[in-house]
Design a protein around this ligand. Structure first.
Ligand SMILES: *Cc1c(COP(=O)(O)O)cnc(C)c1O
Length: 358
């Protein structure tokens, strides 16, 4: 298993670490990074931990022109008794490889990818913040590096992992957000790339995000690309509605990103004997439920925020205020259970936690 042993070169001088109250999302980076090369005649090779640094690329590198790239996002958590744990990392790696397949990027051995993540996190363990709700965000990504202007799959790639200490998403407790339904632009369409984590999805969504920010909303609610009738996602989170006691989330239909948080929420709801339906859900159904007083809660789910309650949903002709703009009971319970498991305060019944051996 020679390929699993990475060479390490350490920085001479370490950077000062941000204090807990300086932490934001994705602004600070640790002292080291992981990098591995791919060449079509060699496969993946030369995995190494090196000082965090700028990378030099040929301006003809295919990533710059045709956007052949994929990424992932997960977190490492420090527990109260000094352990470091990851939450379902095998799910992120499996998704990375599904993204690779869609984007014609060569597969990475899942065991090799997990080892790289764990080795780097362990090497940078002093960077894991320990205040309530903080964590070390892990961003693995792959870029096409062959210098060639033809439209084709690159023959060379770099797999890089960078780490960023991040603050609690909620400064003053879990807080409902204002969401605007996007009726002009679409995020994804079946057969496109919406179900994988590739840069183009996010680049094309910026215009709607900017528009909603300018109008005083925090995120957009995406509708399906064909009829603009059915609900898909909220910002870069999966979305759930609690209507008349049941929980409904859009089914994975080929244009929705299969979130690890989404999957975990569904498993928890089933464990709690709460009816959860994965199916198409139209905006009209949500509006009608609201009119009838049956829309009890709505929330987004994703790694960054964990659970993000929706307090207000701006539709074309009406503004739906949900649960009095307060965090719902179910959203709160899901948030506390997921973070409880992630930080080792609640028993990990589902075997979701992967501890890093120190
Ligand atoms: C990453 C992402 C999610 C959430 O996935 P998690 O695995 O739960 O973090 C949802 N939607 C989009 C568009 C995403 O990029």
């Amino acid at each position: 298993m020679n390929q699993h042993i990475f060479t390490v070169s350490e920085v001479m001088t370490k950077k000062p670490k941000p204090s807990n109250d300086q932490l934001q999302f994705g602004r600070y980076f640790t002292d080291h990074m992981f990098m591995m090369e791919y060449h079509h005649q060699k496969g993946w090779y030369d995995g190494k931990i090196i000082p965090y640094q700028s990378i030099t690329l040929d301006p003809a590198s295919m990533i710059f022109h045709y956007g052949q790239t994929v990424f992932e996002g997960l977190k490492a958590y420090a527990t109260e008794n000094g352990e470091i744990q990851l939450f379902r990392p095998e799910e992120n790696i499996a998704r990375l490889n599904r993204s690779n397949e869609r984007m014609c990027i060569p597969e990475i051995d899942p065991e090799l990818a997990l080892t790289a993540i764990k080795e780097l996190v362990k090497f940078e363990k002093d960077w894991i913040p320990d205040a309530e709700g903080t964590s070390l965000y892990i961003r693995p990504f792959i870029i096409a590096t062959e210098p060639y202007l033809g439209v084709a799959a690159s023959k060379q790639y770099k797999f890089i992992i960078i780490l960023s200490p991040v603050g609690s998403y909620y400064e003053a407790g879990i807080n409902p957000v204002k969401i605007a339904v996007e009726t002009e632009y679409i995020r994804a369409i079946k057969g496109g790339t919406g179900e994988v984590k590739t840069a183009g999805n996010y680049a094309s969504s910026l215009i709607a995000q900017e528009k909603s920010l300018a109008n005083g909303y925090e995120q957009v609610l995406w509708l399906d690309g064909m009829e603009k009738k059915y609900i898909e996602e909220v910002g870069s989170m999966n979305v759930f509605f609690k209507i008349d006691g049941k929980v409904i989330t859009p089914a994975l239909n080929g244009s929705i990103l299969p979130g690890v948080t989404r999957k975990s929420v569904i498993q928890l709801l089933k464990e709690w004997n709460i009816t959860v339906e994965e199916r198409t859900i139209s905006l009209a159904e949500v509006e009608e439920a609201h009119r009838e007083g049956k829309l009890e809660e709505a929330f987004g789910a994703g790694t960054a925020a964990v659970i993000s309650p929706i307090g207000e949903l701006a539709c074309k002709d009406e503004n739906l205020v949900i649960n009095d703009r307060k965090t719902g009971k179910l959203a709160k319970k899901l948030y506390e259970t997921l973070t409880g498991i992630q930080y080792g305060r609640i028993e990990d019944k589902f075997d979701w936690i992967d501890k890093i051996e120190l």
